[in-house]
Design a protein around this ligand. Structure first.
Ligand SMILES: CC(C)(COP(=O)(O)OP(=O)(O)OC[C@H]1O[C@@H](n2cnc3c(N)ncnc32)[C@H](O)[C@@H]1OP(=O)(O)O)[C@@H](O)C(=O)NCCC(=O)NCCS
Length: 103
């Protein structure tokens, strides 16, 4: 969430999603990253994830009385992120650090 409305719609949300996704793949060794529970009344959020390469994994109908009729779970794969030129093709975890006590 970007707290200051004046910063909305400038591509920052998309960029943050891209950077965090690449961090998850390249630094954390994730194979898939999910963005869950995106409400249909929030097109900016849905668009930002889709611009970052995420695709809809599930469309979940909401109970009557909820503000949203549907919520969406989106997913990005490592391969797709790499194809977008955002990450490294292979898992590239940093070597484990050794605590000073074991050196
Ligand atoms: C959702 C949010 C993080 C998106 O970040 P952002 O920096 O505004 O998004 P971007 O500028 O990267 O825009 C992403 C896409 O959404 C589109 N978009 C932005 N606002 C939109 C709106 N109100 N309706 C439809 N599309 C919209 C943009 O046009 C852009 O697509 P485009 O480049 O093809 O035009 C930000 O708007 C925000 O913090 N909103 C309030 C809190 C919130 O909704 N949090 C998410 C809860 S799941």
């Amino acid at each position: 969430m970007i707290g200051e409305k004046e910063f909305w719609g400038q591509g920052l949300g998309t960029e943050v999603i891209q950077r965090l996704s690449t961090f998850a793949f390249d630094e954390q060794g994730a194979d898939l990253v999910f963005g869950c529970g995106m409400a249909d009344y929030n097109p900016a959020s849905l668009n930002a994830f889709q611009k970052a390469g995420y695709i809809v994994d599930a469309q979940i109908e909401q109970p009557v009385g909820k503000k949203a009729r549907y919520c969406y779970d989106l997913v990005l794969t490592r391969a797709e992120n790499t194809a977008l030129g955002k990450g490294m093709p292979n898992q590239c975890l940093s070597p484990p650090t050794t605590s000073a006590r074991h050196q």
